[in-house]
Design a protein around this ligand. Structure first.
Ligand code: NAP
Length: 243
């Protein structure tokens, strides 16, 4: 197999775990990052050590010009993108009325428009091949809403809507579109939360633990592969049982 998987935000956390799991399945991985080049290269080193293959690509997925450049570079270096993992994202904790319009715009540009720009760019080649996979990384907050994360929740709810709509639009072209919806996962995104907050979130989780990036990475890898060939339009929760 020589399929190419592009993981946005592959340098850290969930994206790094997904990149390694996909490499284990035999995908050639394109690891996107925005600023942490060293981290992205560390992920690539781990993949090369496992006998996998890939490359790192800098781009800001909230900028359509950068998205075009990213895809052109990936196509030139590795080939057309068969699997797109829309994972890159940012968080912001605070009341809506305290957010600046610039903060609101930045969050929406990255968390909602980024997956839309990347999907738009990936789709024509997938339609041409009559196969492809898109996986969006949403959040349980997109399903139930989080106090003090209103814009984040709105973006993730949008990503869930995008998943369901694209699954219908692209199913007849042989393209599957699914969404993973993580609960609380121990990554840098949650580094602002105190240990007390994390303990509380852990207690609220039926499986009584915080998730790992690998918990989500393995689900992304499963949905990307042939074992998931009849699964599309689904929101797969990876949250330790919060319902
Ligand atoms: P993380 O550890 O903070 O990593 C974020 C990743 O996104 C990094 O690789 C970062 O690149 C990249 N990134 C940020 N802005 C970008 C941009 N404009 N263009 C390209 N890449 C960009 O986050 P995480 O916890 O792994 O989260 C990954 C996804 O899971 C996000 O969509 C997040 O909303 C979602 N999620 C996370 C949790 C959780 O509890 N952690 C729960 C639910 C959903 P650099 O390394 O270069 O900065």
């Amino acid at each position: 197999m020589n399929k190419v998987a592009l993981i946005t935000g592959g340098s850290r956390g969930i994206g790094a775990a997904a990149s390694k799991e996909l490499a284990r399945l035999g995908f050639t991985v394109a690891i996107n990052y925005i600023s942490h080049e060293k981290d992205a290269k560390g992920v690539l080193d781990d993949i090369l050590a496992l006998g996998g293959y890939g490359k790192c690509f800098q781009a800001d997925i909230s900028d359509p010009g950068d998205v075009e450049r990213l895809f052109c570079e990936v196509e030139y270096e590795l080939g057309n993108v068969d699997v797109l993992i829309n994972n890159a994202g940012i968080a912001h904790i605070g009341l809506l009325q305290d957010m600046t319009n610039e903060e609101i715009r930045r969050m929406t540009d990255i968390n909602l428009l980024g997956p839309i720009y990347c999907s738009k760019r990936a789709i024509p080649n997938m339609i041409h091949k009559k196969s492809g996979v898109i996986i969006n990384v949403a959040s349980m907050w997109g399903e139930v809403g989080a106090s003090c994360e209103a814009v984040y929740s709105a973006c993730k709810a949008g990503v869930i809507g995008l998943t369901k709509a694209l699954a219908k639009e692209l199913g007849p072209s042989g393209i599957r579109v699914n969404c993973v919806s993580p609960g609380v996962i121990r990554t840098q995104m949650n580094s602002e939360l105190s240990e007390e907050d994390m303990r509380q979130l852990c207690d609220d989780t039926p499986l009584l633990r915080i998730g790992t990036p690998e918990d989500v990475g393995r689900t992304i890898a499963f949905l990307s592969g042939e074992n998931a060939s009849f699964i599309t339009g689904q929101i797969v929760s990876v949250n330790g049982g919060i319902i």
